[in-house]
Write a protein that binds this ligand. Structure first.
Ligand code: 9MR
Length: 757
């Protein structure tokens, strides 16, 4: 008897996604639906699923169970720590790779409010889960049905119902368990609503206003702009744009930028379709600027989240050493990596997992600090908008701008990740700290029972620390000179350590229990760290490094957009905008303009108006933030030149993120009539457990990802085109996660847009 180990979530498949060849579909909707009748080729795998032969073929673990009125009922004890401490299951099932299965069961839970983790997986180590759901049970009972495709061939398959983890005893009853092979995969058709696609939030009164119409028509069509009362306030004709390769749709564009009057609840009508409503105004961006930055507080590790500051989001401190957490206060290395333990408490959880990664923390801190730094230097910048008291933080009122307080939470963690003096790699930074094994969903940070481990130091992490600590040194000087000095010392030490160990790379296979964040090329991280150190100190050593780096004259403005792994653009943008005496600074500024010109050309050619056209329309992991980061380049070109074309390009990019896209969906929670709200997260897991909150307003979803690495996306989106490689489901960690680096791009851009009044 061997219950499925819930520590293996679908995330485990991250490290071997290329091996999977899923063709069938997985319906993980949590509403109970009746099972369909079995067809001729459908083969039942479960023995005695109706319990007519008592408990024969079933095992139990940690529960007292018996048949009762036809089904099996189990008295589940209270006070167990883990889901798998109480379970019922059946082993020795045969699964065939690529074959589609329908798993169904009828269940009750008494009293109300309990859930079951139902898993189809491997009965032996490594206990992989091929399909898992955590539906809420009712007292009267429901039938739950899901389809999925098996990623493997095995005769050691298992169906298990995990029931542990509740404080009080409860009763679970189960009947009609079925695992039917050879079923028809279900088709996934996203509901894309009206064919007129708009920014569902707001266009700026004096900004560009564009929409996209999906239509079969090939000649211009009339359009009308209506106010909330339905009165036509503007009209014109569409511009046919042919077939858009990023969606496969035939589209027209609509330009209603001449209409500048503020209003709410406007709609755009064309080809018999009425768009979702939107505003013309600035208020939504003032809100988004704050919400996007407020995202970080509830990602904090090592501190209780105060419900008075984030109503509905209060929770116990995560990873402070209180059971069942093993705590981040004395974390050892992975075996053989080091023989010390570090206090690496604090910082932000990276995403929907509980891992903390220096490279991703680094780019996120950089972009939050840059949001503030831009506001200080740009002609339209308003640093007070993110000043003290704006973000409802525990530190609000301390006289320090709130955005600096938030970034400080992560900076303190980054500093703790530095290898202490006297150790062989002193001054370098550990790449990451996370659980030994992947955990399942949902799981609040304070409930994570896994061992935490430090992973080896890397050159990339060390340079992330050098770059951000150097940037911090100049920005906190005014508020906390002692911290600024500490940060600069750490940055210099990290720089020296990186020079001494220039090619210590993260392992591409170190992806169990956390992401790899492996990066084969760290030349761009060297350029970035040197740039930040130069901008803070003006020292010749760093100036020379910048001027002689091949990246200083290279063109870093690629199609995909910068991110945690490619940091030459952050360096270039700061060299162009942060005041310095850098020789040839004009050339640097012109290079930003040249990059922006290319993004602008891409945007103008794109019928959805985005500066993003990756080769083969292969959307990258986290495409929404890469699109926003290309807009950051446009916005910076505007800050440098004052030329409205760049500003308009940056503003137009926001339309895509907020609804002007093939899915007619806003990728920001709480913004737009139809917005993503089921992002992959272990604690904003409302889709799995209604007692938990949904992601807070202002959380950016990663968005379309052509590589669809997770099983749910593989099952439902196979063969998708560009913009359609997305599903708003908590299980789709490759298309629908939320992360600290993606929200940083949103924070930067929301702040820029709010500044354009
Ligand atoms: O966004 C990251 C993507 O660029 C990488 O290719 C991938 C593999 O390292 O990881 C993604 O980041 C995830 C990280 O590894 C773990 N936390 C969640 C992140 C978002 O999915």
């Amino acid at each position: 008897m061997c219950p499925t180990d819930p520590l293996r979530s679908p995330d485990v498949n991250r490290r071997r996604t290329t091996l999977l060849s899923l063709t069938a579909l997985l319906a993980a909707g949590l509403t109970a639906v009746p099972a369909g009748p079995a067809g001729a080729d459908e083969v039942e795998q479960v023995r005695n699923g109706g319990f007519d032969a008592g408990t024969e073929s079933w095992w139990t673990s940690g529960v007292t169970a018996g048949t009762d009125g036809g089904g099996l009922c189990a008295d589940v004890p209270g006070g167990t720590a883990n889901r798998w401490d109480a379970a019922i299951g059946q082993n020795d099932l045969t699964l065939a790779q690529g074959e589609s299965y329908r798993v169904s069961f009828r269940a009750t839970g008494t009293p109300a409010g309990h859930s079951v983790r139902a898993v189809v997986g491997l009965q032996v180590a490594p206990y992989d889960a091929y399909h898992e759901v955590v539906p809420q049970l009712s007292v009267s009972g429901d039938t739950y049905t899901y389809t999925f495709a098996s990623p493997v061939d095995t005769t050691q398959g298992q169906v298990a119902f995990q029931l542990g983890g509740a404080a009080d005893p409860w009763r679970f009853c189960l009947d009609d368990v079925s695992l039917l092979g050879g079923v028809e995969p279900e088709k996934y058709e996203p509901d894309t609503g009206p064919r007129v696609r708009v920014n569902q939030v707001a266009y700026l009164p004096r900004g560009p206003k564009n929409a996209t119409l999906v239509t079969e028509a090939v000649t211009p069509l009339p359009w009308q702009l209506k106010d909330a009362a339905g009165t036509v306030v503007a009209r014109g004709r569409t511009v046919p744009r042919g077939v858009d390769p990023s969606s496969g749709q035939n589209v027209h564009t609509i330009d209603f930028g001449a209409h500048r009057r503020p209003g709410t609840g406007l709609t755009l009508v064309a080809d018999g379709q009425t768009s979702r409503p939107f505003d013309i105004g600035t208020a939504a961006y003032e809100r988004l600027r704050l919400d996007a930055a407020k995202f970080y507080y509830t990602q904090r590790s090592g501190t209780p989240i105060r419900d008075d500051l984030r109503p509905g989001y209060g929770r116990a401190a995560g990873h402070v050493g209180v059971a069942p957490n093993q705590g981040d206060t004395r974390v050892p290395c992975q075996p053989g990596v080091c023989d010390y333990a570090l206090d690496v408490s604090g910082g932000w959880y990276d995403a929907g997992d509980h891992g903390k990664y220096v490279v991703n923390g680094g780019i996120s801190v950089w972009q939050l600090l840059s949001t503030y730094e831009r506001a200080r230097h740009a002609r339209t910048g308003r640093p007070e908008a993110l000043g003290d008291g704006t973000l409802a933080l525990p530190e609000s009122g301390n006289g320090v701008p709130d955005i600096l307080d938030e970034a400080r939470w992560e900076l303190d963690f980054l500093l703790r990740m530095q290898v202490p003096d006297g150790e062989p790699l002193a001054g370098m930074a550990h790449h990451k700290i996370h659980d030994e094994q992947w955990t399942g969903l949902p799981l609040l940070p304070a409930d994570d029972p896994q061992k935490r481990e430090l992973h080896p130091p890397t050159t990339a992490a060390t340079l992330n620390l050098a770059a951000t600590a150097a940037q911090a040194a100049r920005l906190y000087e005014e508020y906390d000179p002692a911290f600024a000095a500490t940060a600069l010392t750490a940055a210099r030490k990290a720089w020296a350590a990186a020079l001494a160990h220039p090619d210590v790379l993260a392992s591409e296979s170190d992806g169990v229990g956390g992401g790899t964040y492996a990066d084969r090329n760290v030349a761009d991280e060297f350029y970035w760290a040197a740039a930040e150190l130069y901008l803070t100190t003006g020292a010749q050593e760093f100036e020379e490094f910048v001027l002689t780096s091949p990246l200083h004259t290279a063109d870093p403005f690629g199609a995909i957009g910068f991110d945690w792994a490619s940091t030459a653009v952050p360096a270039r943008l700061d060299l162009a905008t942060v005041p310095s005496r850098l020789p040839g600074r004009d050339r640097v500024r012109r290079s930003v303009r040249a990059g922006a010109d290319r993004y602008l050309a891409t945007l103008k050619a794109h019928p959805y108006g985005i500066p993003y056209a990756p080769e083969g329309q292969k959307y990258d992991w986290g495409s929404t933030h890469q699109i926003l980061n290309n807009a950051v380049v446009l916005a910076t070109a505007y800050d440098l030149t004052g030329s409205a074309a760049y500003r308009d390009g940056a503003l137009q990019t926001m339309d895509y993120v907020l609804g002007r896209n093939a899915l007619n969906l806003s990728y920001v929670t709480g913004y737009g009539e139809v917005a993503a709200h089921n992002q992959h997260s272990r604690w904003y897991a409302r889709q799995l457990d209604p007692r938990l909150p949904a992601p807070p307003a202002g959380s950016l979803s990663g968005g379309p990802n052509s590589s669809i690495q997770d099983p749910l996306a593989q099952a439902r989106l196979q063969g998708c085109t560009g913009q359609f490689c997305y599903i708003d489901d908590i299980q789709s960690w490759s298309t629908n996660e939320l992360t600290v680096n993606w929200n940083a791009a949103l924070t930067w851009m929301a702040s820029f847009v709010a500044d354009q009044r």
